[in-house]
Design a protein around this ligand. Structure first.
Ligand SMILES: [Zn+2]
Length: 601
C-alpha cells in the first residue's frame, strides 16, 4: 500500500513551495554535493541542489530565543545544542527550518503506518537523518530532520536508488524513533536503542545514559509536547514489551509516545537526574521536584516513581508557573458575575466559598482571586495542600499532616500573624470550619473551598459539620459553585476535521484505488484537538450572594430547595443556565453542559 501513497501538500497554501521548484532551478552551489564527474552536463542527470540559507535559519532560530542571545558564530546544527540545553524546543527548530526553507512539514500523523524501505541501511538513514515515508518506482517522499544536506541526499537517491526525491521536514526525535523501530540495525550514534542497559548497571553507567543527546532530546520533546498539549500529568509506563508515555489532557489520559522499551532505563535515568532523585535506586518509591524552562513556558514538575513489574512507573505532575494567566476572565466568568465577585473579595471581612466536586477547578478560581488581591497593602497568607503555584508577595504554607501541620493547626497560627486575607485550601472538618469562620468574624477575609454539589449545598454542609447556624449566617458572604466543561475546538469548530489552510494540517493523504485509479482522500483528524472536537476547558458558574433573605433562611434552617428558590427569586443564575448560555454562544455544546451538570457525585 505504501507504494501508492503519496503525501500531498495543501493545494491552496501558496506559502508552501513544492520542494521540486528548487531542484534544477538553481545551479549547484557550495552547499551542494560534489557531483560525480562526467554527467554534470546532462540536464536531467544534473545533481540536484538546494541553497540552504544559513543566515535565514539563524535569524528564525534567533526569534525563538527568549534571552535575545546573539547567534553571531552560528553554524549549521548549532540549534541542536540549544535544543539539548532546553533553550529551544524541537518544534521551534522545525518551524524555523520550515520558514527559512519553505519546505513542507509532516507532523506525527503523517508518519503513522509507514513501512521500511528495502535496500537501504539503518546507518545511512541515521547518518543523514532521513526517513522514507512513501514511494513508488520513480520517486520517494523523504522526511528529513534538517535541511542542510538535501543536495547530497537527493543525489544519492537519484543515482543509487533511481528515485526523484520530494523532501519534507519532520521532528528529529520522531525520525530517530521510527528508524529505530523500522530498520534492522546495529546500535549506533544517535540511536536510542543502543542505550539499553541491564538491570544492575552502575550509577555511573546510568548517569552517562541520562546525558546522551538523543535521550536529552527525547525527554525535552516529551515536556515540550506536554506543554503544547496543555497536559497536567505525564505517565511513563514500562510493560514487558513496550513503553507507553501517556498525557492527561483535559482530565483524560491519552498515549502520546511509544519509544522502544530498550530506551526505558535511559529515559528513567534522565527523569531522575532532572528531578534530583537517586539515579541508582530502582527498588523503592521516590519523590522529587524541579523547575524547567520549556520553550517560553516556565513549569514546575513533581516526579513520583513507584517500582512495578517491568521497571518503575514514573508520573510527572506539571504545574505551569505563569500565574499571570490566571484571570477570572480566562476561566470563563462572565463580566457581570466578575464584577459582583470582585466587589465581594474587597470586603474587609467575611467568608467566601468556592464549591464543586473534585476536578471542578476550585483551586484555579482561588488563584485567580489571589491575582486580584492587593498583596502590596494587604497581608495575604495561604494554607494549601499542595501549594500549586507560588505567588509573589503572598505567604504560602504547605499542609504537612505527618508533622502535625494540618489545615486547622496551621490556621490557628496564621491568625496570629496579623493577616488581612486568609486562603484555606479546603474545609474538610468542623475544627477547620470553626477556626475559619471565627477568623472571618474577627476582621479577616477568608477564602476557601468545600466539596459540595451546589452553592446552597455549602450551607447545609457547614450545618452538617456542626457549625452553628448564626455563625454561618453572620460570616458567609457568598458561595461560588462551579464545574469545568470542555470548549469546542477553535481550529475545527468541533468537527474534529482539519481546517483548510491550517498550516500544520499539511498531511492529508491521497490514496489511489489501484483498480479504478480513483483518488480518495483520507483526512487526518484535527491536530489541535486530536479529532475530539474539544480543546481546553472553561468554567460554568452559579453564584449565591448571601443577602438578608438567605440569612433568614439559614436562621430558620430551611431546606436546600427552599434556599435555592429564594436565591433564584433574588437573581441567582444556575450552573445549567450559565452552561446553556455558553452553549448558545458556541463556546461549548449543550451535550457537554448536560454531562457536566449531571456528573455530580
Ligand atoms: Zn479540532
Amino acid at each position: 500500500m505504501n507504494s501508492s501513497d503519496n503525501i500531498n501538500e495543501p493545494g491552496s497554501d501558496q506559502s508552501i513551495r513544492r520542494p521540486d521548484d528548487d531542484f534544477g532551478a538553481h545551479a549547484s552551489t557550495e552547499t551542494g554535493p560534489a557531483p560525480a564527474t562526467g554527467d554534470a552536463a546532462a540536464t536531467d542527470d544534473q545533481p540536484v541542489s538546494t541553497t540552504v540559507d544559513i543566515d535565514a535559519i539563524r535569524d528564525k532560530i534567533q526569534t525563538f530565543l527568549d534571552d535575545g542571545a546573539a547567534l553571531d558564530d552560528f553554524q549549521p546544527m548549532d540549534e541542536w545544542d540549544l535544543c539539548t540545553q532546553g533553550r529551544l524546543s524541537e518544534q521551534d527548530i522545525l518551524q524555523g527550518y520550515a520558514q527559512a526553507t519553505g519546505l513542507p512539514v509532516i507532523e506525527d500523523e503523517g508518519l503513522e503506518n509507514i513501512n521500511s524501505f528495502s535496500g537501504i541501511t539503518f546507518d545511512y538513514l541515521n547518518n543523514w537523518l532521513c526517513l522514507p515515508v512513501s514511494w513508488d518506482d520513480v520517486s520517494v517522499a523523504l522526511a528529513v530532520a534538517t535541511p542542510y544536506n538535501l543536495g547530497e541526499i537527493a543525489y544519492h537517491w537519484r543515482h543509487l536508488l533511481g528515485r526523484k526525491v520530494e523532501f519534507y521536514l519532520s521532528q528529529r526525535t520522531h525520525i530517530e524513533r521510527l528508524l529505530s523501530e523500522l530498520y534492522e540495525h546495529k546500535p549506533g550514534k544517535g540511536d536510542i536503542d543502543g542505550l539499553a542497559v541491564d538491570g544492575d548497571a552502575s550509577e555511573e553507567a546510568l548517569r552517562d545514559l541520562a546525558l546522551e543527546a538523543p535521550i536529552v532530546r527525547l525527554v525535552n520533546d516529551m515536556f515540550a509536547r506536554a506543554v503544547e498539549m496543555t497536559a497536567s500529568d505525564i505517565h511513563v509506563e514500562p510493560s514487558e514489551k513496550q513503553l507507553a508515555i501517556r498525557f492527561r489532557i483535559d482530565g483524560l489520559l491519552q498515549t502520546v509516545m511509544t519509544p522502544p522499551i530498550a530506551s526505558y532505563s535511559a529515559i528513567a535515568s534522565r527523569l531522575k537526574l532532572i528531578g534530583g532523585l537517586n539515579i541508582a535506586e530502582r527498588r523503592l518509591p521516590q519523590d522529587g521536584r524541579t523547575d524547567l524552562q520549556i520553550g517560553r513556558s516556565q513549569i514546575d514538575v513533581r516526579l513520583s516513581t513507584v517500582p512495578s513489574m517491568h521497571g518503575e512507573s514514573i508520573v510527572l505532575r506539571i504545574l505551569r508557573k505563569n500565574i499571570e494567566l490566571f484571570t477570572l476572565e480566562n476561566i470563563g466568568m462572565g463580566s457581570e458575575l466578575m464584577g459582583r465577585f470582585a466587589q465581594l473579595i474587597k470586603l474587609p471581612h467575611g467568608m467566601v466559598l468556592v464549591v464543586g466536586p473534585t476536578g471542578s477547578g476550585k483551586t484555579t478560581t482561588l488563584y485567580c482571586v489571589m491575582n486580584l488581591l492587593d498583596s502590596e497593602e494587604k497581608k495575604i497568607i495561604t494554607i494549601e495542600d499542595p501549594v500549586e503555584y507560588q505567588i509573589a508577595g503572598v505567604t504560602q504554607i504547605q499542609v504537612r499532616p505527618t508533622i502535625g501541620l494540618t489545615f486547622a493547626g496551621g490556621l490557628r497560627h496564621i491568625v496570629r500573624q496579623d493577616p488581612d486575607i486568609i486562603l484555606v485550601g479546603e474545609i474538610r472538618d468542623k475544627e477547620t470550619a470553626d477556626i475559619a469562620i471565627n477568623a472571618a468574624l474577627t476582621g479577616h477575609l477568608v477564602l476557601s473551598t468545600l466539596h459540595t454539589n451546589d452553592a446552597t449545598g455549602a450551607i447545609s454542609r457547614l450545618l452538617d459539620m456542626g457549625v452553628e447556624k448564626f455563625l454561618i449566617s453572620s460570616a458567609l458572604v457568598g458561595v461560588l459553585s462551579q464545574r469545568l466543561i470542555r470548549k469546542v475546538c477553535a481550529v475545527c469548530k468541533g468537527t474534529g476535521l482539519p481546517a483548510s489552510g491550517f498550516e500544520y494540517n499539511a498531511t492529508r493523504t491521497h490514496v489511489e484505488n489501484t483498480v479504478t485509479g480513483e483518488q480518495t482522500q483520507t483526512i487526518r483528524p484535527c491536530r489541535n484537538c486530536a479529532g475530539s472536537g474539544f480543546r481546553d476547558r472553561v468554567g460554568i458558574f452559579e453564584f449565591l450572594a448571601v443577602d438578608d433573605d438567605i440569612r433568614r433562611g439559614i436562621a430558620h434552617e430551611v431546606d436546600n430547595a427552599t434556599l435555592n428558590a429564594t436565591a433564584r427569586k433574588n437573581g441567582m443564575r444556575t450552573l445549567r443556565e450559565d452552561g446553556e448560555s455558553k452553549a448558545a454562544s458556541g463556546v461549548t455544546t449543550a451535550a457537554e453542559v448536560a454531562r457536566a451538570c449531571q456528573l455530580d457525585f
